[in-house]
Design a protein. Sequence first.
Length: 114
Amino acid sequence: MGDKFEDSTKIAHVNLALKDSLKVMVRRSTHGDVISPRYRLGMAAYSASVTDVLGGVTTILEVVRRGRLVLSPTSITETSLAFEWARDLLSVELPEMQGHPAPMICHLTDGREG
């Protein structure tokens, strides 16, 4: 992810996509000066291990309170660990989601192994 891509690095493009996505969620959740908990988010960063960036599932309001999220490249890419993390997170969350919209998982990767 630290490799050059276009005018920057791959991770810089990921961070921009993350920032833009969160802006849209905040805009869609804002009524006047109030941000409603319309979206619940979980986020993982991974390399040789998985880091739970948000400490589990939280609301968009909590993400705004934490401030800007910036991811950094580390070492090797173990994609299977990220999918196992997502599976485990969803197994806890899904029973609580009766009558709510289905969760969405977005996976951003540079498509490289190792």
